[in-house]
Design a protein around this ligand. Structure first.
Ligand code: DX5
Ligand code: ZN
Length: 219
């Protein structure tokens, strides 16, 4: 379990007209991971950016790039995101029929592998592959947009996953994503999460605020 908690600001909430500067500012403010929300307008009702943008950002920060693929199918793009410089590649089980194969593909490029669970996706989906994983991502909103309200009914599921990870005895990040602010951060940490994605709360107020925003999420 990561102690202290790790903060993964999502560039989804950055100013897209100066993404490189935003990344550099968030890096200097103390981000632990850089969360990259990849959306295809098909798996989720929104479109963001692809591997070429990730590759362009890569030289600007040494922090781990945490790529959250909200795309279907994911398999044809895993190599491109790996080569673009993603360190952790997370997929949704609904993105394709062969989750075990997809995770193997991610690993074949020497990358860390994650599975993301939508609010209605049964936890049992990850059970057969848990020992292959480096990260489990619990969505605390429905994926597609920043700025949505935190779903409290996910807290119990975070707790169940924490117990499953501890029982396995392997180092696996338990990440939460959606509606995380200083108040909900306290709730998810108590439930057992140890990596917090934050878009709106991390980028609020512009670069001068980033460090205090991250500090507020850690406290
Ligand atoms: C939603 C994305 C999130 C999003 C979180 O589909 O996966 O990473 O950026 O944004 P906030 O923190 O604003 O809820
Ligand atoms: Zn995300």
């Amino acid at each position: 379990m990561n102690d202290p908690v790790l903060i993964a600001p999502s560039l989804l909430a950055a100013d897209f007209s100066c993404l490189g500067q935003e990344l550099a500012a968030m890096d200097q403010a103390g981000a632990d991971y850089i969360h990259l929300d990849i959306m295809d307008g098909h798996f989720v009702p929104n479109i963001t950016f692809g591997p070429s943008v990730v590759a362009a950002l890569r030289p600007l920060s040494p922090k781990p790039f945490d790529a959250h693929l909200m795309i279907a199918p994911a398999d044809p793009f895993i190599e491109a995101f790996a080569k673009a410089g993603a360190d952790i590649i997370t997929v949704h089980p609904e993105a394709g029929p062969h989750l075990h194969r997809t995770l193997g593909l991610i690993k074949s490029f020497g990358k860390k592998a994650g599975v993301a669970l939508n609010p209605a996706t049964p936890l049992s989906v990850v059970e057969p592959v848990l020992s292959m994983l480096d990260l489990v991502l619990v969505m605390t909103v429905n994926p597609g947009f920043g700025g949505q309200s935190f779903l409290e009914n996910q807290l119990e599921r975070i707790g169940q996953l924490r117990r499953a990870i501890n029982a396995l005895g392997k180092t696996i990040d338990l990440e939460v994503d959606g509606g995380i602010n200083a108040q909900t951060a306290a709730l998810v940490r108590k439930a057992g999460a140890d990596v917090l994605v934050a878009g709106t709360a991390a980028f609020a107020g512009g670069p001068a605020q980033y460090q205090s925003n991250l500090d507020a999420l850690r406290r």
